[in-house]
Design a protein around this ligand. Sequence first.
Ligand code: KG4
Ligand code: ZN
Length: 352
Amino acid sequence: MIVLGIESSCDETGVALVRTRPDATPQLLSHALHSQADMHQAYGGVVPELASRDHIRRLLPLARGVLAQAGRSLGEVDLVAYTRGPGLAGALLVGAGMGVALAAALGKPALGVHHLEGHLLSPFLSADPPRFPFVALLVSGGHTQLMRVAGVGDYELLGETIDDAAGEAFDKSAKLLGLGYPGGPALSRLAAHGNAAAFELPRPMLGSGDLHFSFAGLKTAVLTQVRKLEASTCDAWRADLAAATQAAIVDVLVKKSMRALRETRLARLVVAGGVGANHLLREQLDAACHKARVQVHYPELHLCSDNGAMIALAAAMRCDAGRATPQRDLTFDVKPRWALDAIDATAAPVLS
Ligand code: KG4
Ligand code: ZN
């Protein structure tokens, strides 16, 4: 089966072609991505209306590009997958509208996919794919969750953030440090020149005895330090504070992940979402998992942030697992707020 995947939930337009065959690992035929980061940079964050308009401009050229790159024609596409939610309503509508229209014109089915399910399954496109069951650490700009994953569509929420997401903690701290948007990669680059031990920052909810997270207090602690130091003549504190912030976020993510593995008695961890690209997080998870004899899997670095490949893959895996309900109804909707463990209660429409 060849699936065309369309991602437009936030500030990246992604299109990809994924091919699946029985008893073979899924194959990424081609993918293309346009990041709107430069456009939103001037505003310090994503402007929803600008995001939607840019998705409209980019989607068709990107789709033509991935077909040409893979040497395939539209007629060879068996399924069109698009992100149904969660995300920005207007941005989601662009991808959903195009996906459904394209599928209808081709006489092929379309399937709305949960964005986080895409992230969660994205390591299945890597050279070292995981096997079910596993614990998943989902760390993106909007979500921080630990899940027990028994199979496609079989997700149990173990814990999540009660306020800011890990990516948000990176982004907000980066903004306080005067770094650009998106802040995660920028803060991580600055942190490479700093000394994390120069500041003692809180590790919120580390001792809470459960698998929940909280990052809002960390942002306040960073703000307090910035206010104290911003008038100083030397700038070296900025790199130190960036390093300390990164160390605090990573420390909490690693310790809670290891706790989830102990509690579930599972020996496999899958890390997904934009923050999964963070080098310190990968380094510390590798070390902790090696010590605990746990296998850890990541998506390929270029598939950590939002992309169309993970949407195509999730759709294909759902169909293969018999967990997508065919529907002849041509209506569609988007779900800006959508819990991952509630996917099946709101069966994604398949149009055929
Ligand atoms: O998964 P994603 O691309 O989009 C959402 O679904 O939210 O995640 C974006 C988040 C942003 O908060 C960004 O700052 C963060 O991932 N991020 C990073 C790194 N690369 C992206 N955070 C820390 N270190 C990185 N290298
Ligand atoms: Zn995402």
